[in-house]
Write a protein that binds this ligand. Structure first.
Ligand code: FMN
Length: 333
């Protein structure tokens, strides 16, 4: 465990914010299984200020179950970001996370996400502006990449700036913006950041097993690790880490049905298909399962197929992150 500001984070294994994935039901499931923190996907500060339907949907949270409730904001304008931060704090956010890592062009061309890494002074000014609008009650955290590109790897400078500006924790994905998902996350970089700042550092990139998560913690001495793609279709990775327990077939089936039901409260079956694809990774006969669920729209029929498949098929292997990886850009639009 560790603290982010005054908030105790009960485990050192966190769910990464993921657009199209980290909505309330999945965050709660991850938390119940053992994730210490599950931040929302990136939410547009502008959208919040304009009270957009999409922003309102992404801000949905459960006051009892999500403690602390951490909201990730993105935007390139200080004033708008500060206004959005005040809004989400009033709504009940306990932690506000700022996205300085998003590589998507739609985001960076507005000066937001990883575009900030090109001009670190903007990061300082942004955090200061948000802090002076919010006061010291709500901790601000940041999620960064190692730099903009191979010529501008400046995570140490950015880390120091974040600390000086009053940021309370930094999550770092050990790739540059230019790398996207190519190559491997550089955990040497993550260790260097941990050695350089006093605030908690959360390492991120390419963790797909409980063993790897533990090794990364040991190697880097990071305060926590953040797991993204490795939790797609496998939120039990947090259970394995916290309780040293793998789920049985019935538990897998029950959780998928629960996830589906909670997802459907606010979404269509169409947007759950990706989850079904991820859940079926590593199972024999999953191609047939996928084509079946891709065609169907009747919920009870889909549930029957889920039952037939997950209650009668044994998982063969833990699939690799490469096959797990969907393009962030694809998910985010
Ligand atoms: C589908 C998808 C959506 C993502 N959305 C976000 C996001 O909203 N905010 C963010 O900071 N990072 C986002 N990321 C990046 C992840 O949080 C994480 O940094 C990255 O996937 C590397 O970690 P991993 O190797 O454990 O997946 C997203 C990644 C994926 C795969």
């Amino acid at each position: 465990m560790f603290f982010i500001g005054k908030h105790l984070i009960k485990t050192r294994f966190l769910l990464a914010p993921m657009a199209g994935v980290s909505e309330m039901p999945f965050r709660i499931i991850a938390g119940e299984l053992g994730a210490g923190l599950a931040t929302t996907e990136l939410i547009s500060a502008k959208g919040i200020c304009q009270n957009s339907e999409r922003a309102r949907k992404y801000l949905r949270f459960n006051k009892e179950k999500e403690i602390p409730y951490s909201v990730q904001l993105f935007g390139g304008e200080e004033k708008v970001m500060a206004e959005a931060a005040v809004y989400v704090a009033k709504l009940g956010a306990n932690i506000i996370d700022i996205n300085f890592g998003c590589p998507v062009k739609k985001v960076t061309k507005t000066g937001a996400g990883s575009a900030f890494l090109k001009t670190p002074i903007r990061i300082f000014n942004l955090i200061k502006t948000i802090k002076s609008a919010l006061g010291n009650e709500i901790p601000i955290t940041a999620k960064i990449r190692s730099g903009w590109d191979a010529d501008q790897i400046n995570f140490l400078e950015v880390g120091k700036i974040l600390e000086d500006a009053g940021c309370e924790a930094i999550a770092i994905h050990g790739r540059t913006r230019a790398q996207g998902y190519v190559g491997l996350s550089d955990w040497g970089i993550i260790k260097k950041l941990k050695d350089c700042v006093k605030i908690p550092v959360i390492g991120n990139g390419d963790i797909i097993s409980a063993d790897q998560a533990n090794v990364r913690l040991l190697e880097t001495n990071c305060d926590a690790v953040m797991i993204g793609r490795g939790a797609l279709g496998n939120p039990w990775i947090f259970q394995e880490l916290k309780y040293k327990k793998k789920p049985n077939q019935k538990e897998i089936y029950d959780l998928i049905i629960r996830h589906l039901d909670e997802h459907l409260e606010y979404n269509s079956i169409k947007s759950f298909r990706n989850h079904l694809i991820w859940y079926s990774k590593g199972y024999t006969g999953n191609a047939q399962f996928r084509s079946l669920v891709a065609e169907l729209t009747e919920i009870n029929h889909i549930k029957e197929i889920i039952g037939n498949f997950f209650l009668n098929t044994v998982k063969e292997n833990n699939s690799s992150i490469v096959t797990h990886c969907i393009d962030y850009r694809q998910a985010f639009g």
